[in-house]
Design a protein around this ligand. Sequence first.
Ligand SMILES: Cc1ncc(COP(=O)(O)O)c(C=O)c1O
Length: 400
Amino acid sequence: MTTVMDDVIARETQFVLQTYKRNPVTLVRGQGVRLFDADGREYYDLLSGIGVTALGHAHPALARVIAEQAQTLIHTSNLFYHPYQGQVAERLAKMSGMPRAFFCNSGTEAVEACLKFARRYWFTKGEPRAEFIALDESFHGRTFGSLSVTSDPHYRDPFEPLLPTVKFVTTNDPEALLAAVSTKTCAIIAESILGEGGIKPLTPAFAAAIKQACAQTGALHIADEIQCGLGRTGTAFYYQALGLQPDLVSVGKALGGGVPVGAALISQKVADAIKYGDHGTTYGGNLLACHAALCVLEELTDRGVMANVVKVGAHFEHKLRALAAKYSFVKAVRGQGLMWGLDLTRDATPVVGAGLERGVIVNRTADTVIRLLPPLIITEAETDEALGRLDAALGAVGAA
Ligand SMILES: Cc1ncc(COP(=O)(O)O)c(C=O)c1O
């Protein structure tokens, strides 16, 4: 007898370009932090669709806004005004200290926009600068510009040549950064917490070096907050915790709570260099995306979700550290708020499968790291249940 999953897999295998190695689970429904597969099995979601579903699944307010907007007006193009872009931009400005926003549809597009606006800034100043400084272990997306500042050869090599004007420096090495930056540098781009790279926060000393390098050379600072931003660490943006105020910020993932939307946040000095027609996108910031984003930002700031991250995040950390103490093959626990990585002395891949068997969804990154990005609405009781299942998965997999 073929199951729903057999059918889904057979059809995808035949018709969908095989770029994703999927887990053998067909998810059909969600509720809060839980997901359900086609056979009705329940999973605790400690990944949020890779940091996207900040409000969990089937959130009543977000579902209502999306349904109402779909019945009213979804899209008009950027040739016209609509009520929501300005409201989302205003909220983002208050949260970020960045006075202007440009809306797009994904994280990689937000990074592309930041790279282009940085180039435009120097072009407008009459001293074009081409060079970008990026970090080893970084990940900024799959389009050509974003890929050019992404370090992993596995992602880069098949698509060379990429932008030739990128220099990579060792993450969290202040001297390396200061040695690389010069008055030729257009911008330094860095994830405030490296996500794909294994949940590695920038250190205070490295943040200070970014500040110093920018002050000495005029180089702009682009903070990629696509994974760590929008309240995931308990502050609106992690650069704020590092004492930085970037010139450009890329935002995506959680912004629409699952509706695709991204944004580049822009300082006034860069915004002043941008002219009509410099950049654009057909969908970017349409009514559906922006109404959803407005709902997400309201929940984060006005309805206590960011406060929940601080409270439950402390509990989450406490529980994770207890797990690390229990298993000698957990060599480090890194992160903040509700963004965590358990770095193992072994390949983390089998933990993902063992987790699925026990009803918990986690992800492996940087080979040895179990990445945890739960919905920001998770409770302490749900944390206990989900991490209990992860505990069982770690116990089953063992040290080797
Ligand atoms: C830090 C960071 N930047 C950029 C991206 C690219 O975003 P997207 O996949 O939405 O294009 C990601 C995605 O994982 C990311 O984590």
